[in-house]
Design a protein around this ligand. Structure first.
Ligand SMILES: Nc1ncnc2c1ncn2[C@@H]1O[C@H](COP(=O)(O)OP(=O)(O)OP(=O)(O)O)[C@@H](O)[C@H]1O
Ligand SMILES: [Mg+2]
Length: 296
């Protein structure tokens, strides 16, 4: 059996001993790991991607597949390229002029950067929640309603065959576990909520767009432990219906909350595997050092 097959059989995709594995072998390893998970399908893929800011590569020869209705954690030291990677999946990086992408980002097999693809539609299907809660300076209800109203998902009273905006506000706030806390103050400013509530409002705002994927970039790093646990519980519930990718510096969070973990260093994928394997039986010494807190 080849080394890469052995690695895959043990549940891990790692670099080969010579350094960076080829894109093709990285892909095979990842596919073998995910093949054990019969009830899921690939939703997002980075296929041999290199992302540069000017001449500086932030993501290098990178291949990763994120499966449906699973939580994939992305971990790695500060500056290793996690946010750059995440933002490329919903085309938030379109706004950075110096940024250049080689390779393919795919959503259900479709090239996310094909000329025919509308980035607004990409961001509707692939929602994003940021590190710092960023409610609009509008009411709680307007925070939820604005996106669906201007994107033709909802209307007042459900006219035109669209969703009723008030129903959508309630549904989204319920999904985000915030409804009971805010149902009597929907007209108050979103900025009047606590940090943890604001983050759940931002999650509700993302869910109101009826996405399939939620990208979360350190969604709990500005929150206290109780709010963090609430968001983690929520993420776990959302997994029933959504594909979730979460960047986190919190190793306990990655170990607790995710199904799969990708460890990055200096723009490279060092190891990908089932979370339990990556945290308890990492293939690479670098992964072991990182998840046990010896660096980063
Ligand atoms: N807009 C930008 N222009 C130029 N370089 C950038 C830009 N954004 C990020 N970089 C560089 O790309 C590399 C990766 O940055 P990125 O923000 O993706 O890392 P990260 O893993 O998310 O870090 P952190 O854990 O601190 O959030 C870094 O070297 C960073 O300086
Ligand atoms: Mg980041």
């Amino acid at each position: 059996m080849k080394d890469e097959e052995k690695n895959a059989m043990s549940g891990s995709a790692t670099l080969n001993s010579g350094g960076v594995s080829s894109a093709a072998s990285q892909r095979r390893k990842t596919e073998m790991i995910l093949a054990k998970d019969n009830s899921t399908a690939p939703v997002l893929e980075a296929d041999n991607v290199t992302i540069r800011y000017g001449s500086n590569a932030a993501i290098k020869d990178f291949t990763l597949i994120m499966p449906e209705r699973r939580i994939t954690a992305i971990i790695g030291p500060s500056g290793c390229g996690k946010s750059t990677l995440l933002r490329s999946f919903n085309r938030m990086n379109d706004f950075i002029d110096s940024l250049n992408i080689d390779g393919k980002f795919k959503y259900r097999g479709h090239d996310l950067y094909a000329a025919s693809v509308d980035p607004v539609e990409v961001r509707r299907r692939i929602g994003m929640v940021f590190q710092k809660p960023n409610p609009f300076p509008k009411s709680i209800a307007q925070n939820i309603a604005w996106g669906p109203l201007i994107n033709g998902i909802a209307s007042k009273g459900g006219s035109g065959g669209l969703r009723d905006v008030d129903d959508l506000i309630e549904k989204s706030l319920r999904q985000a576990g915030l409804w009971d806390e805010v149902k009597d103050r929907l007209g108050e400013s979103g900025l009047a909520l606590s940090g943890g509530q604001q983050q759940r409002l931002c999650i509700a705002r993302a869910l109101a767009m009826e996405p399939e994927v939620l990208l979360m970039d350190e969604p709990c790093s500005a929150l206290d432990p109780v709010s963090t646990m609430r968001i983690e519980d929520l993420i776990f519930e959302l997994k029933e219906s959504y594909t979730i990718v979460i960047v986190t510096h919190n190793m306990q969070q990655a170990a607790r909350a995710s199904d799969y973990t990708a460890f990055l260093e200096d723009g490279h994928l060092i190891e990908f595997g089932e979370t339990e394997q990556v945290f308890t039986r990492p293939e690479k010494k670098r992964t072991e050092d990182y998840v046990s807190g010896r660096f980063g």
